[in-house]
Unconditional design. Sequence first.
Length: 141
Amino acid sequence: MHLIKEEERANYYLQPETKTPLLNTIQGEIIEKQAPNLVDKDSGCDYMFQHSKLEDLALMYRLFKRVDTCLKFIIAKMQPYIESRGDKIVMDEALLKDAVEFTGKLLAFKAEMDVMVEHAFLNDIKFQKARDVSFQNFMNK
C-alpha cells in the first residue's frame, strides 16, 4: 500500500522519459551494489537455506529480479547448499545399506528443493537449472 503511494508520487513528479533511467540508476546503486553483501550476511542466503526461510528468499528474489544480473548471487549460494546436503545423503554409510531409506531420503530432499524453487523463486528457469546441476553433481560422485 505504501509502495503504491510512492509510485503514484513518482508518476506525478517525474516525466515518463526521466522516470525509467532514474529508476534504473537507483536500482543499480541500491540493489546491484549491495547484493553481494546481502547474500553473505549472517542472516543472508546460507541462513535462509538452512532454516527454510522461503518467504525471506522470495523477498530477496523479487528484489534481485529487478536487476536480473543479481540473481547469480543467490544461485551461487544455492548450488553449494544443495550439493552439501546431497553429499551427506549419498555418503551416509548407514543409508547406503538400506536402499529404500536411501531412496526415500533422496526423494524427500528433491521434493524440498522443488518446493523451494517453486515458492521462493517462482520456478525461475535459472534456479531450476541450478538445482538440477547441483543434483547431478552430487549424484555423480
